[in-house]
Design a protein around this ligand. Structure first.
Ligand SMILES: Cc1cc2nc3c(=O)[nH]c(=O)nc-3n(C[C@H](O)[C@H](O)[C@H](O)COP(=O)(O)OP(=O)(O)OC[C@H]3O[C@@H](n4cnc5c(N)ncnc54)[C@H](O)[C@@H]3O)c2cc1C
Length: 412
């Protein structure tokens, strides 16, 4: 009988690899160091019972690999479009709220155009979307009103890197996908990443005989004759059969520790998320909502029925701030944006700041593109840091399924 595919790391890349390989008829074992699957995509529940995602995660309808995974595990209906009429963006400087279409095609409608859009912006946007030499995005939009109202917020959201140094080539990869017809719908998990992504994936795998072993931190890999012969976990060693294969779906630092000869990203950017309970909860019909802010520390607010989550990406400047002070500042600055968006919600008692110090790798202009390499026969690596796309759920889903199918001999 064909060997087992051992997948280490149950973030999105590992889950995507496990689902793809299982669907292709492979036997799979999945190992995860943390007590739960999901990695950087997870629902967090504190001792006070306050439950929310580590950070608000959005997908775009152009994210075909991520949505294909979600469809396959039966969770597609839970990913819904919170702002079908265009994204509400509140400008703290003017107090105005504009609805902005995410695709340039929607700008043909005056009521979905970014404020300040002028004819001279169109060639700059075309240049950003074209497969040209990599440059920093910020200077391409110097002097344009679009810089503050569209380009900076989108760049920081997609690349989690300050716009002044963010890579036009990586952004262009995303834009070309989004600009295809139907690609620019913004989607969120209605109930959260646990219930609408990670839990159904693990249940789908479990129904097909794939066990997830949590608390399994890979320490070393035993090598014989150029192949992985053993996976040495804390407290347990798995001896591999000659036809077994291994997919390491691990963060860059772990790949670098296990295989120092492999080049991995060494610079990362933080994301800070502030979560506030709502009391009373909103009527189910009023949520979820998704609101952008400019001119504030807060960049996006995802409003769910019983809590809201505020995202601050590329948050180096705020990552070491006093949490209480930052929570108070964010609470104060989102209040008028919520009112402008027609939401009358009352912030409750529970609040939490989640700082993800290594939320994604830095995606600067001129930065390296990390290719999938195989340091041993029958062993592959995967993660959001591999490939030319922005480091996102989509990149992780593609890297995971490509690597798993390649190990199964179903992809080059
Ligand atoms: C706050 C925040 C907001 C984000 N927002 C978005 C968004 O809106 N849209 C979007 O597309 N992306 C977003 N991202 C990025 C997205 O979360 C990541 O790109 C994606 O989750 C990465 O998945 P991964 O599987 O590559 O890595 P990870 O999620 O890091 O998975 C790696 C797994 O390996 C495990 N592991 C590590 N070491 C070991 C070991 N030695 N042995 C066993 N297991 C190990 C880890 O515990 C982890 O579960 C966001 C990220 C953060 C942090």
């Amino acid at each position: 009988m064909a060997g087992v595919l051992h997948i280490v790391g149950a973030g999105i890349a590992g889950i995507s690899g496990a689902v793809a390989a299982t669907a292709a008829g492979k036997r799979v074992s999945l190992y995860e160091a943390a007590p739960q699957a999901g990695g950087r995509c997870r629902t967090v529940s504190g001792p006070d019972g306050f439950t929310h995602d580590n950070g608000a995660h959005v997908l775009l309808s152009a994210n075909h690999a991520a949505l294909g995974l979600i469809e396959r595990i039966g969770a597609r209906d839970a990913w819904i479009e919170p702002e079908p009429q265009g994204l509400p963006v509140y400008d703290a400087g003017t107090g105005a709220l504009a609805r902005i279409g995410l695709s340039p095609w929607r700008w043909l409608r005056r009521d979905q155009r970014p404020p300040g859009l002028s004819l001279t912006d169109l060639p700059r946007l075309a240049r950003l979307a074209a497969p040209l030499a990599d440059r920093s995005i910020g200077p391409l939009f110097a002097g344009s009103a679009l810089h503050d109202h569209l380009v900076e917020p989108l760049t920081v959201a997609v690349l989690n890197t300050p716009v002044a140094r963010a890579s036009s080539a990586r952004m262009g990869q995303a834009l070309r996908r989004v600009m295809r017809p139907g690609g620019a719908r913004l989607l969120v998990a209605q109930n959260g990443l646990g219930p609408d992504l990670v839990d159904p994936a693990i249940a789908w795998l479990s129904q097909r005989g794939v066990a997830l072993r949590t608390g399994a931190r890979l320490r070393e890999i035993g090598v014989e004759d150029g192949r992985a012969a053993a996976l040495v976990f804390a407290g347990k060693t798995i001896t591999l059969a000659p036809d077994d294969t291994v997919l390491l779906a691990l963060p860059p630092a772990e790949i670098g520790r296990l295989f120092p000869q492999i080049a991995v990203p060494e610079s990362f950017e933080p994301i800070v998320n502030a979560h506030f309970s709502l009391d009373p909860a909103l009527p189910a019909t009023a949520a979820p909502r998704f609101i952008g802010l400019v001119g504030t520390v807060s960049q996006w607010v995802l409003v769910r029925a019983d809590h809201l989550s505020v995202t601050v990406s590329a948050a180096e400047e705020y990552a070491s701030d006093n949490p209480e002070r930052l929570l108070a500042r964010i609470e104060e600055e989102i209040a008028p944006a919520l009112v402008a968006a027609g939401l009358s919600c009352v912030i409750g008692e529970q609040r939490r700041l989640v700082k993800e110090k290594r939320a994604t790798m830095t995606q600067n202009a001129g930065g390296a593109i990390f290719c999938p390499v195989s340091p041993l026969r029958g062993l592959a690596i995967a993660g959001d840091w591999i490939g030319a796309l922005p480091a996102t759920i989509e990149a992780a889903a593609i890297a995971g399924s490509d690597a798993a199918l390649a190990l199964a001999g179903m992809r080059p």
